[in-house]
Every structure is written in structure tokens, then in C-alpha cells.
Design a protein around this ligand. Structure first.
Ligand code: HEC
Length: 204
């Protein structure tokens, strides 16, 4: 008793520590009773992926909003090429790997209808992307062809029977000494060029 009376200050201190420890034990991990400079951890601006409070303006209380319709480009779409010429098939979805020319040959078919418009566009695109090597009539005599030491002739026995998928695959991924062109053109443009290449195969 004497000891306690002499050290009453320490006894109070010990009691206070015990109480604080017991109080802190009851807290859940998401309690935030006291924070120092919360702005350092919680952005004042709206963050799409980190949100503490309910957003009072946006739907469902979320900071994140759905993009405006029509603003996110999609890999597939339907297109019109003129009256009565809709391509219902998705033009854009092909997951055929570069080393699988055979799959393209067997499975792909030109979804762009062949008519005067699409053929004319094919000719125009061919003029932009292919003519400098393959030549106006597909004879392999474009001005750049010399550098490639031989660009093949579309109407030759070796090439005149190449089908839709084969030509599409060649444009997309390149073949042998020909570079890939997939990143330069949409699938729709490639398919229009395929029409024009077919024309050069048969009417050089
Ligand atoms: C820079 C020159 C160059 C350009 C541009 C070019 N090609 Fe070629 N192309 C070649 C060469 C060279 C070959 C022969 C490839 C080989 O067999 O090594 C070739 C081959 C081909 C073949 C035959 C593939 C086969 O199976 O033998 C097709 C079809 C073809 N090109 C289509 C096109 C089309 C369509 C375009 C335009 C989108 C185009 N090329 C653009 C140089 C070019």
C-alpha cells in the first residue's frame, strides 16, 4: 500500500495506457477516427477508380461514368456500300494468327459486296498502297519493284488462283519479301483492295 501511495503518478499513467490499448483493440480495419492530412491519401478531384464518398451528381453515386454512346471504337461494325448493299457480316473480327495463311484461305470470304462503287474504291486504295510495287495492271512493274528484285505478276499461273482469304492475309501480315499493311488500312479497305486484285488476276 505504501508503495502504491508513493507512486500514485505511475499508477494513473499505467491505468491510462491500459484504457487506450483496450479502446484501440475494438476498431475495425476501415475505421478512420483520426487522420493526419487526409488530402494526402484521398484525392480531392474525382478519381475514376478510387472513391471514398458517394458522388452526388453522377448516376449510381459513382465517379466513373459510362462513355457517351458512339465514342468508343469497336472492332466490329456493319457498313453500307450503297442501296441494298449492306454487309451484315462483321468486317473487323478476325483472330487468325500471322502464321496461319491456310486458315484464312479456308475460312475467309470477302464480306464487301462487289459493285461499281466498291471496285472503284478498291482501285483507288490499290493506287495508294500497292501500285508502286505491283504496278498499275498488277504486272509487278511498279517504280519501287526494282528494289525488291522481282514482284510477282497477279495473272501468272502461280497467283491467278489466289482466293479472297489468301490475298487478305497477305495484305494484313505481308508474305515473304512483302511487308505487312494491316496497320495502315481498315479491314474494309483491305477487302475492297481484294476485289481489285481479283480483277487484275483475270483482266490484267
Ligand atoms: C514495297 C513493295 C510492295 C508493296 C507496297 C506491296 N507488295 Fe505485294 N508483294 C511484294 C513482293 C516483293 C511480293 C513477293 C513476296 C514473296 O513471295 O517473297 C509480293 C507479293 C504479293 C502477293 C502474292 C502473295 C503470294 O502468295 O505469293 C499479293 C497477293 C500481294 N503482294 C498483294 C499486295 C497488295 C494488295 C498490296 C497493297 C495493299 C501490296 N501487295 C503491296 C511487294 C509489295
Amino acid at each position: 500500500m505504501d508503495f502504491l501511495r508513493k507512486n500514485v503518478g505511475y499508477v494513473w499513467l499505467l491505468g491510462a495506457v491500459v484504457v487506450i490499448v483496450l479502446m484501440s483493440l475494438g476498431r475495425g480495419h476501415d475505421d478512420r477516427p483520426l487522420e493526419y492530412s487526409p488530402n494526402m491519401y484521398y484525392s480531392v478531384g474525382y478519381e475514376p477508380l478510387k472513391q471514398i464518398d458517394r458522388n452526388t451528381i453522377n448516376p449510381m453515386g459513382l465517379n466513373m461514368r459510362a462513355p457517351v454512346k458512339g465514342t468508343v471504337s469497336r472492332r466490329n461494325y456493319n457498313t453500307k456500300f450503297g442501296t441494298g448493299d449492306e454487309a451484315i457480316t462483321d468486317l473487323m473480327v478476325y483472330d487468325i494468327p500471322a502464321d496461319s495463311m491456310g486458315i484464312s484461305e479456308r475460312t475467309l470470304e470477302n464480306p464487301v459486296p462487289l459493285n461499281d462503287n466498291t471496285l472503284k474504291e478498291g482501285e483507288l486504295l490499290y493506287g495508294r498502297y500497292c501500285i508502286h510495287c505491283h504496278g498499275e495492271k498488277g504486272k509487278g512493274d511498279g517504280t519501287v519493284a526494282k528494289l525488291y528484285k522481282g514482284v510477282p505478276v497477279y495473272s501468272s499461273d502461280a497467283l491467278k488462283n489466289l482466293n479472297d482469304g489468301h490475298i487478305y492475309h497477305t495484305i494484313t501480315y505481308g508474305k515473304g519479301r512483302m511487308w505487312p499493311h494491316g496497320s495502315q488500312m481498315t479491314p474494309e479497305e483491305r477487302w475492297k483492295i481484294v476485289h481489285w486484285v481479283h480483277k487484275l488476276q483475270f483482266n490484267p
